[in-house]
Design a protein around this ligand. Structure first.
Ligand SMILES: *[C@@H]1O[C@H](CO)[C@@H](O)[C@H](O)[C@H]1NC(C)=O
Length: 392
């Protein structure tokens, strides 16, 4: 009966039939809504540069502002199933994200992808900037990292029941992680090798050597967190995705700085050997009406991305609350915690009460978006700054 109903809906609404395998714990995102959302975000004015620090270097007020905005997007149901997951779905869609992985468009694509996500968060709080998660500071046993405390990203094993994303449901499943089973964090050597190269093609698939391949290093971190983060199709539903990619974007920015010093113009640097045609410089990025090469424009470096590196430390007090100083390396590294207790019991029911309190609160907050509905957003007009100039 269900199958018949799905087919009828599919024929009438001209949408793909329901996937009968997936448990539908919440409404599924609709790709047209998600693309429209990206268009609307593209059109929104930029609220100023993005000052990006390691998340653990923010004080609790500043980190709380970011995660409050994330939770407001998650509870905002003006787009199905909510604004957060509708946007994240762009990363999941096999047709729409074609140039996002497996080639030189990886870095420019994700640069724009997180730029728009940050704009999305700034709908709720225009004063915030994304922060980054630097896995090169993690301890040998990542399960002991300060990243997994309730004040930061929450637990990394099993269903996420602590931290700001506790008890989240994603369009696929409850949010879950499977930390430290596969993959690995990034390390200083990875960064050093990347910064020793001067061309995008040398650090990108398909031509990069294994030890200079940024996308591959980044994949290891995805699988290291595991669970929802471990699959391309679902990764962006785990909010740690955005902090991981903000780090990758900061590394991209350092690489670009290095290129400029060596006389290479990043916006003109695209490898001839780019593999799949979705990775050609002028192939559509499918975020607004941009092309892949647009993500390599100076606009982002000049107007948006300001990454504050971790300090070269001499004492713990320079490294914030969650990091301490490795004096031999003059590097802030993760403080280590006791392995997290199995969460649950009385605390998760308290969380659920808090969660429904917030749901009710947020439902009464006025529509912060310009315009009355996403459906009526005007089509994205390509701004001057995104036009690729072939002269000069
Ligand atoms: C947190 O840091 C910001 C600067 O980013 C500062 O303006 C604010 O006063 C700090 N808040 C606390 C409670 O220390």
């Amino acid at each position: 009966m269900h199958r018949v109903l799905c087919l009828v809906i599919a024929l009438v609404a001209m949408t793909p039939p329901c996937d009968l395998q997936l448990p539908s714990l919440m409404g599924q995102p609709q790709i047209m809504d998600s693309m429209r959302l990206a268009n609307i975000l593209m059109e929104r004015p930029v609220d100023g540069p993005s000052i990006r620090k390691e998340c653990r270097m923010l004080n609790s007020t500043d980190f709380q502002k970011i995660v409050d905005a994330i939770n407001r997007a998650k509870l905002d149901t003006r787009v199905r199933p909510n604004v957060h997951d509708a946007y994240s779905y762009l990363h999941a869609h096999p047709e729409v994200n074609k140039g996002a992985h497996g080639g030189p468009a990886f870095l420019p694509y994700h640069r724009v992808f997180i730029f728009l996500y940050e704009k999305l968060l700034r709908i709720y709080d225009r004063t915030i900037s994304l922060c980054y998660w630097d896995t090169t500071v993690e301890p040998e046993n990542m399960l002991w990292s300060s990243a997994w405390t309730p004040e930061l990203f929450g637990n990394v094993q099993g269903q996420v029941t602590t931290g700001f994303a506790r008890n989240w449901i994603t369009p696929i499943n409850p949010l879950e992680r499977a930390g430290a089973v596969q993959g690995r964090p990034m390390n200083d050597e990875d960064v050093k090798v990347v910064l020793s190269k001067s061309r995008l093609g040398e650090i990108s698939m398909p031509a990069a050597s294994v030890n200079a391949n940024v996308e591959l290093m980044h994949n290891f971190v995805h699988t290291y967190v595991g669970g929802i983060m471990g699959q391309v199709e679902t990764a962006a539903y785990d909010p740690i995705f955005w902090f991981h990619h903000t780090y990758i974007d900061c590394l991209y920015e350092r690489f670009r700085d290095q290129q400029k010093k060596l006389g290479v113009q990043p916006m003109r640097d695209w490898p001839a050997e780019h593999g799949d045609s979705a990775h050609a410089p002028f192939a559509p990025m499918r975020l607004g009406s941009l092309r892949n090469i647009d993500g390599a424009q100076e606009f982002f470096s000049k107007e948006i991305v300001r990454c504050e590196p971790l300090p070269a430390c001499t004492e713990d007090s320079q490294c914030g609350t969650y990091l301490r100083c490795d004096k031999a390396r003059r590097k802030c590294i993760s403080d280590t915690m006791r392995p997290p207790e199995q969460a649950g019991g009385v605390w998760s029911s308290v969380d659920n009460i808090v969660g429904s309190f917030w749901r009710n609160r947020l439902a009464s907050i006025n529509n912060p978006l310009t315009g009355s509905s996403f459906g009526l957003g005007s089509l994205f007009q390509q701004p001057e700054m995104f036009r690729f100039s072939s002269s000069g």
